[in-house]
Unconditional design. Structure first.
Length: 407
């Protein structure tokens, strides 16, 4: 059968059904090729958008940590509010993160481990600027009537009291970083959130998952999925039955991204520096007590030398008096008188020498006393310096502890 049409010149022309079918087949093939081309060119454009959305959500989660010193809990519905009491919640809390509702389709999970390793709950204070030590071993000596010593000691005692009070201050980012550090050191036993499947998985701090181009969660990203996990291993190759895109952030990576390592390191260094200064101050304080004792000994030596000079002077006076008495009481025996006079003069000479030695001892004792006083003054000035150094170091540690992860 042929279909014929009347042209304007009166001739009948047309296509047979076979020819029409061939044309339609060609058009169909071209349509399929065009559709596949559109899909292939559209997907690369959509994938960067998805990755960008996940990256924005990741930054929002990390910003939440900096502001609240914990990870956000997942949401149980599309309203986007945290639901920390629902263990089955799996949606991103977009409202709590300050994001738009278009982020509500993302799945989100965080580690809710036990034994103080729940990253989404408030934690107790665990980082202390005084290293949880009692700085009570420094007692200024009773001799320290020096205004500089007393002022430095008073400021130091106040710094110690302030640092000790920080132990009971509200927890901040540094305390949460300490929990994260413990989790990173032992994730296998501490973590309860894993990314992967029944045969291969790894503990993570939090995971974000997008359903991909088909807008359907697949694999372990399905709530209550394979092995009880909700999230697949990030980077899983795309297949016909899986096109989800996800981001998993481990505890060590999260610690580095939000500055935990540098802040905790600075805090630890400041605290240890404060303790080193405290230890030096305590030791020098003990040395100071020895210098004070040395002054007391030097003063005793001066007192003894002064007594020695006085006794030598008395002995010299007695010897001189004895010589004078020997001359005055001359007897008829000329030899005996001369001998007595010579003996008295010899005693006077010896007494004079003893006075000289006693005077020299007194001079040496006074010099030793002056040297001891100078040494004590130098040590006292150094004690003031160490008190001030310790105070500055402890206050620096306290400021870092109070600052936490804030800029």
């Amino acid at each position: 059968m042929r279909m014929r049409f009347l042209s304007r010149h009166g001739r009948q022309e047309g296509f047979s059904l076979v020819e029409l079918g061939v044309v339609m087949a060609i058009v169909g093939i071209l349509g399929v090729l065009a559709w596949r081309w559109v899909v292939s060119t559209r997907e690369p454009l959509q994938r960067p958008v998805i990755v960008s959305q996940l990256a924005e959500a990741q930054l929002a989660v990390e910003g939440f940590v900096l502001a609240n010193s914990r990870l956000p809990c997942a949401a149980s519905d599309t309203a986007g509010n945290e639901d920390c009491n629902n263990a089955n919640a799996v949606l991103l809390p977009w409202r709590a993160l300050g994001l738009s509702s278009r982020f509500g389709l993302l799945h989100y999970g965080t580690n809710r481990g036990g034994a103080g390793l729940d990253l989404a709950r408030d934690i107790p204070q665990s980082v202390s600027p005084d290293l949880n030590l009692a700085y009570n071993g420094i007692t200024a000596l009773a001799l320290a009537t020096d205004a500089g010593v007393n002022a430095a000691k008073a400021v130091m005692d106040q710094a110690i009291a302030d640092a000790t009070a920080r132990r009971n201050a509200p927890a901040n980012g540094l305390d949460w970083c300490n929990v994260l550090r413990r989790y990173a050191a032992n994730p296998a036993t501490a973590g309860v959130l894993e990314a992967g499947n029944a045969t291969a998985s790894m503990p993570v701090a939090f995971v974000l998952a997008h359903p991909g181009l088909n807008n359907v969660f697949e694999g372990s990203n399905v709530a209550g999925g394979v092995g009880g996990r909700r999230f697949d291993l990030p980077g899983r190759p795309e297949t016909f039955g899986f096109d989800d895109i996800s981001i998993g952030v481990g505890p060590a990576d999260l610690s580095s991204r939000i500055g935990c390592a540098s802040r905790l390191g600075a805090m630890q260094a400041a605290s240890q520096g404060a303790y080193a200064a405290y230890d030096n101050a305590r030791l020098v304080n003990e040395y100071w007590s020895l210098r004070v004792f040395d002054i007391e000994q030097a003063r005793s030596a001066v007192s003894g030398a002064e007594t020695g000079v006085a006794l030598a002077a008395v002995n010299l006076a007695l010897s001189a008096a004895s010589a004078a008495l020997a001359v005055a009481s001359a007897s008829n025996t000329e030899g005996i008188t001369i001998f007595g006079i010579a003996l008295s003069i010899a005693n006077a000479v010896v007494a004079g020498v003893e006075v000289g030695f006693a005077a020299a001892d007194l001079v040496a004792a006074n010099e030793a006393l002056a040297e001891s006083i100078d040494k004590e003054a130098a040590v006292r000035a150094y004690v003031i310096h160490l008190f001030e150094t310790f105070t500055q170091a402890l206050r620096s540690a306290s400021l870092l502890d109070e600052k936490g992860l804030n800029p």
